[in-house]
Design a protein around this ligand. Structure first.
Ligand code: CUA
Length: 155
């Protein structure tokens, strides 16, 4: 098979470019301690209800300025009794899923996390203003996806 000189040049250029790009992707994926956005904590999705802090979902005060909120997402809702947290304090959300991928999104805030079964997703947030905030799922998770919401009250 005869290849034209220019064709050879382009082939070599293409292969070298591919090697460089794959190298860049590989190095940036493995060399910078990248983790999933919500952290590296894992959990057995079959044993969520027995594993702290999800054995007692809801709000726990950790100290004067910090509250922890544990929430389990499942098709199609969030198990969290009475979510009431104060404004101006650090709220640390821990969320996990028992079934499929959901999201935990609080409307009008920067809280928007993917909730993956087997992973504990953690996000810290401080509410500036009191009010009632809508929590919703924005990962399509099944036929009841549009019914998956809850509310958090900030006082
Ligand atoms: Cu859960 Cu959509």
């Amino acid at each position: 098979m005869h290849l034209h000189k220019y064709e050879k040049i382009w082939l070599v250029f293409g292969i070298i470019a591919l090697a460089i790009f794959l190298g860049v992707v590989g190095v940036s994926a493995f060399s910078h301690d990248h983790t999933p956005a919500g952290g590296m904590h894992t959990i057995d999705p079959e044993k969520v209800n027995e594993t702290a802090p999800f054995d007692k979902p809801g709000v726990t005060q950790i100290d004067d300025d910090t509250y922890q909120v544990a929430i389990v997402a499942m098709a199609f809702g969030y198990t969290a009794p009475e979510l009431k947290v104060p404004a101006g304090k650090e709220i640390i959300f821990h969320v996990t899923s028992t079934d499929v991928v959901h999201s935990f999104t609080i409307d009008n805030t920067k809280v928007n996390m993917m909730v993956v079964p087997g992973q504990i997703t953690t996000k810290s947030y401080t509410f500036d203003k009191p009010g009632k905030y809508l929590i919703l799922c924005n990962e399509y998770c099944g036929t009841g996806h549009h019914m998956m919401f809850n509310e958090i009250e900030v006082y």
